[in-house]
Write a protein that binds this ligand. Sequence first.
Ligand code: GUN
Ligand code: ZN
Length: 430
Amino acid sequence: MTKHLLLGQTLGFSGNPLTSAWADVTQFDSAGGVLIENDRIAATGSGAALRAAHPDATVTDYGDKLISPGFVDAHMHYPQTGIVASWGKQLIDWLNTYTFPEESRFGDRAYADDVAGRTLDLALAHGTTTLTSFCTIHPESVDAFFDSAAARNMAVIAGKTCMDRNAPDTLRDTPQSAYDDSKRLLEHWHGRGRARYAITPRFSPTSTPAQLEALGALWGEHPDVLMQTHLSEQLPEIAWVRDLFPDARDYLDTYETFGLLGAKGLYGHAIHLEPREVDRLKEVGAAVVHCPTSNTFIGSGLFDMMALSAQGVRTGLATDTGGGSSFSMLRTMAAAYEIGQLKGNALHPAQLMWLATEGSASALHMSGEIGHLGSGAMADIVVLDLASTPAIAQRSTRADDIWTAIFPTIMMGDDRAIADVWVAGTRRGG
Ligand code: GUN
Ligand code: ZN
């Protein structure tokens, strides 16, 4: 057995600081320790006590750096890594101009391998240890992503993106091939090592009712897997959905009608929701995923995190690269803070850190396994330098508690703030 003891400041959570008083559910220790046995966390607590109890452990002393669960990105598109930060378009034009031509290249396994590996390495360099990704319509793109993640021992969730209309010929499948390919990939990858499959209709505009029905049937046959899609991101998109599905009560209904609404559903964006949609998401226990850098970058709108949480809807946090403009969950937290301000709610640093770790893990139904600093969790860990640049350092030296110490890094930090990363008990470096 390998035993590592990490010493430093430690931050974890015992509950949801969006729905409980943050001070009641925060576990912070300025001289803490995390004991790793093989690939899992065996204990967290006082650094001195853990050191005395485990003299056989290899010690890494991070001083006043902050040890946190690795960041969990609950929605992104690895095939869009190469087109991140593409100028000047809103959602539908952005898809047609930049995204679809790039995604057309992923039938080439070597190309998919290259982008998958690059994306996962960028994620790790930014302290993100779990990605939840859309792939392309090509099964090769799914194999490339899961193989690349397995080579890094990373827990990832992904699925073949299904589209059978309103996309170029190079990116269209059919209801039957979407069902058959998704089923085969799901049966091969789901639960293999740290891989988990998500059934992945891109969004209602690019699937016929027949395809949505086929994927709903597949989910019914495999209710243990996640289903990910997009919902109510931009107003012209919502108007288009209304035209395409004239009988639907609202956007969510286009999924609900075909068996694509459930507790294990992940609905990206979900900015412009009708009251009925909020009620149904809450009733079934589905999760919505906030993608703040994307929502400002593509011009989608302002997600109301506090209102949705207060109404009992589960929420995760995500980069949505390449619609999102950053690989960094620090930058993503900063954007969530800024959007919160525009909605009249200043999200507390505890709430932001929870969303980037425990919150996203909960949205993915992986609580206790990832995004968590308690015993039994996988040892996926990020160590943050809270003084990584001169601008941040001169501000954080004035801090009088952990929140004023970490907030400058949330607002101004990038990959330079990532002092170290551990994946499944193995040190990957910062
Ligand atoms: N809606 C459908 N596809 C996409 C996508 O790739 N990115 C974003 N941001 N929204 C979408
Ligand atoms: Zn997306």
